[in-house]
Design a protein around this ligand. Structure first.
Ligand SMILES: Nc1ncnc2c1ncn2[C@@H]1O[C@H](COP(=O)(O)OP(=O)(O)OP(=O)(O)O)[C@@H](O)[C@H]1O
Length: 485
């Protein structure tokens, strides 16, 4: 055995007498390296450490690693008996590793797991068994598993979810089931407390925008990294939106959309096998049709100057990034529940926008109106690059009706948010908005689900819900103005 620690580097070599092979673990800054005689070397950032412990003379370290150039992440578990003489050194090493990898106490979580066998291509149960459950078990999580059997099953369960019993609700499906979970919380007898239960998305649906935004383009499509987020991600405040139409009030967590971007979803329903590629086909169809979206739009504007929005975004992102490196102690984890026990009242639903200060009307011919709470709406489109999870605003994009050529060029670098800077794309940070259709000739979708194309009102509830995030912010950054290509 050899154990060394010098400054940023700690290394420990364990000679396993019985099996006759040795394992060396080296921690250099934020990187853990595992060498074991019969294995290929493994090198991972400490945030990929799932669990590490030394109990009863046995060391166990589980990590998520890519074992091959194009491989996806998989769980790698090192278990080895440790000689009594090494006890102190191994304990020290594991303590250092745990502290770094969890940035605080390593605690097994109690997870309510919802699996939708009918989401996306129907692989959620298989992904759970193969990738998610082994990782949860390695992290000692306590699991309460439900396979949803029908529409609204998850909402009904969330309506009665016992408080103080779960550290998170894990949703193995797409955005539709997240929408259901949050609307279930809203029906709880103590909705504000229910909304404080963090939601952790695991992408298994056809639209997985929340996972994509929290984890980023690469990890947001990876089931294992999303499962790791459920195990050790931090709860962050997350804005929700009341969507009010006639007498119905629904909580939307992600988007509302009118015109082209809502219609293309319908036009390409039969092309689901193309994955998110179907939206590209839909947009191209939209260019050919070049249909107008006749609506009256009123917005309660927080910010509308693009340079100022970009500046605020950069500042907020830098703050969140800095906070994500800080160690977290138990007290900073406390999230007091407000004393009221009803859903927040609507503040703007009865105002007359034309007469109110702070509201503007948008009059130009429009091809679509899109409001959302996360940069990526799909891997190909960063529609709301300046979106922040809990800033108290919904990001609004209104796309003027322009020539087919301009519509086509709006596709350039769309996945990196370059459209933000186009003069025909109007971008607002809004506290509320109101839409009145001027014809019946379009459609409306809320969190990807179709709604009647009739007048509706939306307003923001700042930080009402919680989501788990590995970074504390959306893992997406976009083009500054000076380099849009
Ligand atoms: N067992 C089930 N059978 C049918 N529908 C279900 C079942 N369990 C859940 N659902 C419904 O399936 C929908 C899943 O939507 P979600 O977005 O999570 O997955 P998806 O495959 O991406 O969906 P979509 O392709 O319709 O957008 C939810 O509205 C939910 O009510």
């Amino acid at each position: 055995m050899a154990s060394q620690s010098n400054g940023q580097k700690r290394s420990i070599t364990i000679q396993n007498q019985g099996a006759g092979h040795s394992s060396t673990l080296t921690l250099t800054g934020d990187i853990l390296r595992v060498r074991r005689e019969e294995w290929k070397d493994i090198q991972v950032p400490v945030r990929n450490v799932v669990w590490s412990e030394y109990v009863d003379g046995k060391l166990e370290v589980s990590v998520l690693a890519k074992r091959g150039k194009n491989a996806s992440f998989s769980l790698v578990r090192l278990t080895t008996a440790v000689d009594e003489a090494q006890r102190e050194a191994v304990t020290e090493f594991v303590d250092a590793l745990t502290k770094l990898s969890y940035r605080g106490p390593q605690k097994p979580r109690r997870l309510k797991v919802l699996i939708n066998p009918h989401s996306g291509p129907g692989k959620a149960p298989l992904l759970f068994k193969r990738k998610v459950e082994p990782l949860f078990r390695a992290a000692r999580c306590e699991l309460d598993i439900t396979y949803t059997t029908r529409r609204n099953h998850a909402a009904d369960l969330m309506q009665d979810i016992p408080l103080g019993t779960y550290d998170a609700v894990v949703v193995i499906s797409g955005d539709g089931l997240i929408h259901e979970v949050l609307n279930g919380f809203a029906q709880h007898k103590n909705p504000l407390a229910a909304f404080r239960i963090p939601v952790a998305p695991i992408p298994a649906g056809s639209g997985n925008a929340l996972a994509l935004n929290l984890l980023g383009l690469e990890e947001g499509v990876d089931v294992s990294t999303a499962a790791l987020n459920a195990v050790k991600g931090r709860a962050i405040p997350f804005d929700l939106f009341s969507f009010v139409q006639k007498d119905t009030r629904v909580f939307s967590f992600f988007s509302q959309c009118v015109g082209l971007m809502a219609e293309l979803d319908l036009w390409t329903e039969h092309l689901r096998f193309l994955g998110s590629g179907r939206f590209v086909v839909g947009y191209l169809t939209g260019i050919i049709k070049r249909k107008a979206c006749p609506v009256k739009i009123h917005i309660k504007v927080g910010q509308s100057d693009k340079d100022a929005i970009y500046k605020t975004f950069r500042e907020e992102r830098a703050k969140a990034l800095e906070a994500s490196h800080r160690e977290i102690d138990d007290s900073s984890e406390e999230d007091p529940i407000p004393s009221e026990s009803t859903i927040p009242p609507l503040r703007y639903v009865s105002v007359k926008p034309e007469e109110e200060e702070g509201w503007i009307s948008f009059e130009k011919a429009t091809s679509f109106f899109y409001a959302g709470n996360g940069p990526y709406v799909s891997v190909d489109l960063m529609q709301f690059p300046a979106a922040l999870p809990g800033d108290g605003y919904i990001d609004v994009v209104i796309h003027e009706q322009v020539s087919r050529g301009k519509m086509l060029s709006a596709m350039d670098e769309a996945s990196a948010g370059a459209g933000f800077w186009l003069p025909e794309q109007h971008y607002f940070k809004a506290e509320a908005y109101r839409i009145e259709p001027l014809s019946t000739n379009s459609c409306l979708s809320v969190d990807g689900e179709g709604f009647d194309f009739e007048p509706f009102h939306v307003e923001v509830h700042k930080g009402l819900a919680r989501v788990l995030s590995p970074y504390g912010y959306y893992n997406a950054d976009f083009f500054p103005k000076s380099s849009p290509s």
